[in-house]
Design a protein around this ligand. Structure first.
Ligand code: THU
Length: 160
């Protein structure tokens, strides 16, 4: 008889007014980062901000390329730049937002699978959960307690 695993993921769905000061600051920086996105092909501007354990903030945006697959998403741009510049700083929050060029409305920013995998790597590395705050639909925000909730059954160093 086959057994079954049931997963339960709880996501906080929040209004802007329900975000903490630190969450607001991170989301605001993600919005600023989106303004700097280099996205001449998709015109889809994505911004990511990392709040670090020491209270400082770090940002990244999507970087596209005429050779399309050579581009990189905002989340990975931020995470790789952080790890390259501050390899030992722990992340206490990752915030992501997106909008179309020439439009003011922020759009749901659901990280792609490759970005989730990279988030999982750094969560594993720091051995502390990384909460993820995403711009959700209709002006709401989705807050995940851990990257594991965005990427269950993940492949990590443990699997090698
Ligand atoms: N993009 C991101 O920056 N993050 C994601 O998680 C999904 C997609 C970017 C990649 C590309 O520059 C543009 O959005 C359209 O796919």
């Amino acid at each position: 008889m086959a057994s079954e695993l049931k997963l339960q993921i709880s996501v906080d769905v929040l209004e802007l007014s329900e975000l903490s000061t630190a969450e607001c600051q991170a989301m605001e920086l993600a919005r600023q980062a989106a303004n700097d996105a280099y996205a001449p092909y998709s015109n889809f501007l994505v911004g990511a901000a990392l709040l670090l354990e020491d209270g400082s903030l770090f940002k990244g945006s999507n970087q596209e390329n005429a050779a399309y697959p050579s581009g990189l998403c905002a989340e990975r741009t931020a995470l790789f730049a952080l790890s390259a510049n501050h390899p030992n700083k722990k992340i206490s929050l990752l915030a992501v937002t997106a909008r179309r060029r020439h439009e003011h409305e922020y759009l749901a920013a659901m990280p792609c699978g490759a970005c989730r995998q990279v988030m999982a790597e750094y969560e594993y590395k720091q051995q502390e959960q990384i909460p993820v705050l995403l711009q959700g639909p209709e002006g709401k925000f989705y807050r995940f307690k851990t990257v594991s909730d965005l990427l269950p059954f993940q492949f990590t160093k443990e699997n090698l």
